[in-house]
Design a protein around this ligand. Structure first.
Ligand code: KG4
Length: 336
């Protein structure tokens, strides 16, 4: 089954062709990051306009790279939630018109489900059930993936997402947007151990996380140093900050594995590209005898192929959208 898939929830316009949920025939992506970097973060209105400009050309490119024609497409999949509402709306509107024009089914895909499904593209042997740590610019979740479309959130951030936190701290340290990768590179230049940063605990929900206290602590630390004219060790701070983020994520994921009895752990989302978090997950899984799947870097960030992968399994489960499909800025990943 050939699925033409669209992703436009943030600042990447992406169109892909995926066969049977596992084989990527093409994966065309146009990132707007350089443009948003001028403003230190994503400007929603610019993102929407850039998606409008890019999406038709990328669709032609994806079909050409896959070596197929429009009539070979069996279904269209699209991210319909969550994301920047104007940006998601562009993908949804375009996908609707393509599916309608071709007379093929339209499949709505939750963005985070897509991130998790990126692993199916990289690891042919991977099948649910497993536990997923989904960490991106807008979400930080521990998810029990019982089946391809049957998932339960068992831990979530109560405030900011991990990626958002990386981006904010990078900004106060004067690093470019998006800040995750530059922070990653900076952290590798130091062994850290210089700055004491808070860890969170959510009473009565110990698998839930919180990043806003950590974010505020680092921002205050930087501002105080600036006011006093003290020199900051930015590399050590990046390292200690990343360690604190990893301490929020990795022990809770392993505890979730203990409680659910899952022995397969899957990482997903942009923050899953982080060197220290990947190493910590590897070590923790080794110690606990769990099998770990870390997506290749190209499948950590937003892409269309992951939507094609999840779209296939949503289709198999009978999921179809009507022509009145809407876009949603927020939506739980197990919400219908
Ligand atoms: O999954 P993604 O591409 O988009 C969303 O769905 O949100 O995630 C983007 C986030 C950004 O916050 C970016 O700074 C972060 O992932 N990121 C990283 C790294 N690479 C990207 N965070 C930490 N370390 C990285 N190497």
């Amino acid at each position: 089954m050939i699925i033409l898939a669209f992703e436009s929830s943030c600042d990447e316009t992406a169109v892909a062709v995926v066969e049977d949920g596992r084989k990527v025939l093409s994966d065309a992506i146009l990132s707007q990051a350089d443009m948003h970097a001028l403003y230190g973060g994503v400007v929603p209105e610019i993102a929407s306009r850039k998606h409008v400009e890019a999406i038709a050309g990328l669709t032609d490119q994806a079909l050409a790279q896959a070596g197929i024609g429009k009539t070979d497409v069996d279904a269209v999949a699209v991210t319909y939630a969550p994301g920047l509402i104007g940006a998601v709306l562009v993908g949804v509107s375009f996908a609707k018109s393509v599916a309608y024009g071709l007379g093929v089914p339209l499949i709505p895909v939750h963005h985070i489900r897509g991130h998790i499904a990126a692993n199916y593209l990289a690891f042919p042997e991977l099948e649910p059930p497993f536990l997923a740590l989904a960490i991106s610019g807008g979400n930080s979740l521990i998810v029990d993936v019982r089946d391809y479309t049957d998932m339960e959130i068992i831990g979530a951030t109560r405030d900011d997402a991990a990626g958002e936190c990386f981006d904010k701290i990078a900004r106060v340290l004067g690093l470019p947007y998006p800040g995750g990768k530059p922070m990653d590179l900076l952290a590798q230049q130091s062994a850290g151990g210089k700055y004491v940063l808070p860890r969170s605990h959510v009473d009565g929900a110990d698998l839930d996380m919180s990043f806003s206290g950590l974010k505020t602590a680092v921002i205050n630390l930087v501002h105080k140093a600036q006011q006093k004219g003290e020199e900051l060790d930015a590399a050590a701070l990046a390292r200690d900050f990343t360690r604190a983020v990893s301490d929020e994520l990795v022990p809770r994921t392993m505890e979730a594995a203990r409680r659910t009895g899952r022995r397969t752990i899957v990482a997903a989302g942009g923050v899953a590209a982080n060197t220290i978090i990947r190493a910590d997950l590897e070590q923790a899984c080794r110690e606990m005898g769990c099998t770990l799947y870390l997506p290749p870097l190209k499948y950590c960030g937003d892409n269309g192929a992951m939507i094609g992968a999840q779209g296939y399994y949503e289709y198999q489960a009978g999921r179809r959208a009507d022509w009145d499909l809407n876009a949603y800025a927020t939506m739980e990943l197990n919400e219908k």
